[in-house]
Write a protein that binds this ligand. Structure first.
Ligand SMILES: Cc1ncc(COP(=O)(O)O)c(C=O)c1O
Length: 413
């Protein structure tokens, strides 16, 4: 006789997210997820680093936090203080950095520190799905600000702030991905960052700056972080090694003043993030990060070019997009009759996964015919084959692209 299986369902508290689906593997042609290029993971360097750091300091693994305290492995925080100063202009000490388990944990800690159900936050209208989902689940009101080719539009932000104020609402923060915005790929120039800070100060609203793609800019030139430009300490800055080294390492960081840092620290109750990853990153990055990144971005740029070529060849003028200045994704507009939520299902059945626009925007109608295509992990050949297959499915489902007009090649500047 087999014992009856215990049923946990009656015990689950209200408000839990829907049950997770079982993982069924990656699609044959996968254009989703912030995955990196497997050929660009600096394996030799990481192997040397793990050997060196374990031989030298391995016994510190016996102590929670590697005897560096609850904010993370000190040499990694020291690497970050130097890197953030050099690249982003951020002058901070190791005490203003908290190492977290991917910047996803940073999102959770910032949200847990600042947000309660019913609060209001301002974000870019098209934004990272993980951020939108978190905010939705927390029951906060999300005000989406449209973007243009320079990122969040300041005229629309000014209007939204004034409107909220007239209704007695002070948003808890303005969340922005200013440096290679996800999903639009825009980079906010300095003048707009200055205006964002001015508006934030005028209305007494802090800025939450998510800079996880800032290393992946083709020409290596990034504007200073908004955190670096603030004179009032009103910016919480987060970053990640997921995009520059490898996402499976799960190492990100928060840069914030002690007032808010100390509150986030007491909410990080996992006794520290994975120690080995932090040790290896510190050991590898201090000597190698600045030579690794340009190699990585050259490879990513080449894949983006393959993707844009494949779209031009397969979709012709039906696929509209801006050539982004960096990152790992392309935000594509298809003709209005294409419903990318439906396209997503049909493409998946054919072995191609894409991110449908409505999952990456707070304006579902606006994003209905848009999609996000990630290009770092597929090979050049998979990119070409996958886009050809996507075009076939899209034509079958929506008559787009029109095969007869197929495919007037267009030049792009
Ligand atoms: C804008 C943004 N923030 C945060 C994350 C989370 O990344 P991770 O937790 O791997 O650092 C991602 C991942 O794609 C992202 O796109």
């Amino acid at each position: 006789m087999t014992a009856a299986v215990f049923d946990f369902a009656p015990l689950l508290p209200a408000g839990l997210p829907a049950a997770a689906a079982k993982w069924t593997g990656l699609a044959k042609y996968s254009f989703v997820g912030g995955n990196n290029d497997p050929d660009q993971v600096p394996l030799e360097g990481l192997i040397d680093a793990v050997n060196a750091v374990l031989k030298r300091e391995g016994r510190t693994l016996a102590t929670y936090g590697l005897a560096s305290g609850p904010q993370g492995y000190l040499p990694l925080r020291q690497f970050l203080t130097a890197k953030l100063k050099a690249d982003a202009g951020i002058a901070c000490t190791a005490d203003e950095i908290l190492i977290v388990s991917g910047s996803l944990q940073a999102l959770d800690l910032v949200n847990a520190t600042l947000l309660a159900r019913g609060d209001t936050v301002i974000i870019e209208r098209d934004s990272y799905q993980g951020s939108i989902n978190r905010l939705t689940r927390l029951g906060v009101n999300i005000v989406g600000i449209p973007l243009d080719h320079e990122g969040m539009r300041m005229d629309a932000l000014a209007e939204a702030l004034a409107d909220l104020k007239s209704r007695g609402i002070t948003p808890k923060y303005i969340y922005t991905i200013p440096t290679v915005q996800n999903p639009t790929g825009t980079i906010m120039p300095v003048a707009r960052r200055t205006e964002l800070l001015r508006l934030a100060e005028q209305y007494g609203v802090p800025i939450f700056e998510d800079d996880c793609y800032a290393d992946l800019i083709w020409d290596g030139q990034r504007p200073p972080a908004i955190h670096a430009m603030s004179k009032t300490g009103n910016v919480i800055h987060i970053g990640s090694f997921s995009k520059s080294i490898a996402p499976a390492l799960r190492v990100g960081y928060i840069v914030a003043g002690w007032g808010v840092m100390s509150r986030m620290l007491s909410l990080k109750t996992d006794a520290g993030s994975g120690a080995l990853e932090q040790m290896v990153l510190a050991e590898y990055c201090a000597p190698h990060f600045s030579t690794h990144v340009p190699k990585l971005t050259r490879g990513l740029r080449a894949k983006l070019e393959t993707l844009m070529e494949a779209l031009n060849e397969q979709f012709g003028t039906s696929a509209e997009f801006e050539d982004p200045k960096g990152g790992i994704f392309l935000w594509v507009k298809l003709p209005d009759q294409v419903d990318t939520l439906k396209l997503y299902q049909a493409a998946l059945a054919a072995g191609v996964s894409i991110n449908p626009g409505p999952e990456w925007s707070v304006d579902k109608a606006y994003a209905g015919s848009r999609l996000r295509l990630c290009f770092a992990s597929p090979t050049h050949e998979e990119i070409r084959e996958g886009i050809a297959l996507l075009a076939e499915v899209c034509h079958r489902e929506f008559g787009v692209p029109e095969r007869s007009a197929n495919i007037e090649k267009r030049g792009r500047a």
